[in-house]
Design a protein around this ligand. Sequence first.
Ligand code: NDP
Ligand code: 8X3
Length: 258
Amino acid sequence: MNRIEGKLILITGASSGIGAACARRFAAEGAKLVLWARRVDRLERLSADLRERHATSALLAQVDVRDRAAVNRAAGDLVAGGHVPDVLINNAGLASGMSKIHEGDPEDWDRMIDTNLKGLLNVTRAILPHMVARRRGHVVNLGSTAGHMTYPQGNVYNATKYGVRALSEGMNLDVAGTPIRVSSVDPGFAETEFSEVRFHGDAARAKAVYRGFQPLTADDIADAIAYVVNLPEHVNVLDMVIVPTAQRNVYVVDRNES
Ligand code: NDP
Ligand code: 8X3
């Protein structure tokens, strides 16, 4: 049964990877979309493609989730236009750098904390009150296996995703008394632009992360998120951890190096 059709779904970080795959998947299921990211040119290309394939028109906004005023403006415009999302996918996020904590770059730390934690909070604070007011909605946060187990040099990225896990649990408690659902989808290695962003554009180093095994794709995660969103209203996935079969824990991976 398709419970996605007709829903208004806001996806942050929809210009790439998992966010863009969710947009394609939800458009195919007949959802109405609100797409946010900083690279609005990419959103426009994605939206044109969705219009052609599925006759869906998406509402787009250039939003840096770190910019609380911009988030509030974009959310205000939506709500003023009568568009309270049925589903919020808090997907915008990144890793920046990978180094020992005593050698880490505080600029990288700020980028991760400001995006993954404060950005997710900014968006949630702007959208969730409207869901609570009308007693309807579903928030899906992108956590990570990195929020379940630390790995060498993952330190601050790990901390942000542990934080996202705490926020998902906390949000779910705080909406008690309403039928609103809060879910966390926590992928392991998925080959997107994630590692290129982490390694500041070093494509060869990014490619090496996925060498010797079959990683997840953005579409695999979009499938998982679509499953979570499509469940009947009395069913909630609190936390779904999804990894490539070769990934045995956050950093143990069966690699075929021959
Ligand atoms: P991508 O780099 O492919 O996509 C990240 C998206 O986040 C982009 O659309 C980017 O858009 C957006 N984004 C980043 N910073 C901001 C910002 N300040 N404001 C608004 N949007 C922003 O990576 P993924 O698709 O892999 O990552 C999506 C989420 O999944 C992240 O939260 C990541 O931590 C999580 N994740 C990824 C895993 C993986 O292995 N790939 C595994 C586990 C979790 P733009 O630059 O245009 O603003
Ligand atoms: C991304 C997964 O293991 O590359 O959240 O940090 S990992």
